[in-house]
Design a protein around this ligand. Structure first.
Ligand SMILES: NC(=O)c1ccc[n+]([C@@H]2O[C@H](COP(=O)([O-])OP(=O)(O)OC[C@H]3O[C@@H](n4cnc5c(N)ncnc54)[C@H](OP(=O)(O)O)[C@@H]3O)[C@@H](O)[C@H]2O)c1
Length: 278
């Protein structure tokens, strides 16, 4: 039977992907660093492996036909990408909008490098270039609980995507033919401003939450202290400033592929209401 290896199977996207593939009856193997500690759905085979060390990947790659590859925030290991591409007929890679990386966004440079390695590998590949995940809004959870979100660029309009939609697109691309060489830019169904996102989260969690516009310079100081990477923060601030001028683009790729619209930010907030309440 067509065996599918899912990397990042305990992560935001991977956990939904393994569930839906297993529920649909596919043979699913999860690459995890700690099989005993990983929570996976019934029927999913957990195999130990570490993407930073290609010598650990043999058992996970044995007999697989396709691979969902995500890259955690570690240095690129070309031999891992070569091993994955060498073992599988089709690799579906979770990338980002690499065509539109703001200067200074080195934190995601590895996507360009992995795309390059897969393009030259000779195996079939598909890139899922996801716009930022709605899960990034969980960074506001503490402020939501306190009733005030202090953040810059309230008018920045983002087309954030629900992680379940990425998983649904990945499942579709892994299990249907005709996706080799596709670079799918996947977004949410509409652009929603930061301030509107906060209002929606407040409504879905049943909490009073106020937006407090933070001047960019203050945000720069606070976010650099919190995230520890001034270049990344500057890249984010530039991107948000641009989305306050021109809303982030919205594609209908999810709908084209799945035959139904992408989930809204409100539905994401409803699905995660408990995460903001705890
Ligand atoms: N957040 C965004 O807005 C956004 C937008 C576009 C693209 N992306 C990309 O999406 C990817 C993250 O996806 P996600 O959010 O679904 O994942 P995630 O929730 O960040 O989960 C990380 C996963 O990586 C696994 N992992 C970590 N280090 C590993 C290693 N050395 N070897 C093997 N597995 C390892 C973990 O597995 P175990 O701990 O179980 O081993 C876990 O399942 C990143 O490449 C990111 O750049 C993110």
């Amino acid at each position: 039977m067509h065996k599918i290896l899912v990397t990042g199977a305990t992560g935001n996207v991977g956990k939904h992907l393994v569930s839906s593939l297993a529920a649909a009856g596919f043979a699913v193997r999860a690459l995890v660093r700690d099989p005993a500690g990983a929570t996976l759905p019934d029927g999913v085979e957990a195999v130990r492996g570490d993407l930073s060390d290609p010598s650990t990947l043999g058992p996970a790659l044995r007999g697989v036909e396709s691979v969902y590859l995500m890259w955690p925030g570690i240095p690129v290991e070309p031999r891992t990408v070569e091993a994955v591409a060498g073992a599988a007929r089709h690799v579906v890679y979770l990338s980002t909008d690499v065509t539109d990386l703001a200067e200074g966004e080195q934190a995601t440079w590895y996507h360009q490098e992995i795309e390059r390695l897969l393009r030259k590998s000779g195996t079939d590949w598909t890139f899922l270039r996801a716009i930022d995940f709605a899960t990034n809004a969980l960074a506001w959870a503490g402020q939501i609980r306190e009733g005030v979100v202090s953040w810059p660029y309230g008018q920045a309009a983002r087309s954030l995507i629900h992680e379940r939609d990425i998983a649904d697109v990945a499942a579709h691309v892994l299990t249907t033919p005709g996706h080799h060489g596709a670079r799918y830019l996947i977004t949410g169904p509409e652009a929603v401003t930061h301030a509107e996102q906060v209002r929606i989260i407040g409504e879905e969690t049943g909490r009073e939450v106020r937006w407090e516009e933070l001047p960019p310079e203050t945000a720069r100081e606070r976010l650099t202290a919190a995230w520890g990477n001034a270049e990344f923060v500057d890249g984010r601030l530039r991107a948000w400033a641009s989305f306050a001028e021109t809303p982030e683009r919205v594609t209908d790729t999810v709908e084209q592929l799945l035959g139904r619209p992408a989930r809204t930010f409100r539905s994401w907030a409803r699905d995660h209401a408990d995460d903001f309440r705890q």
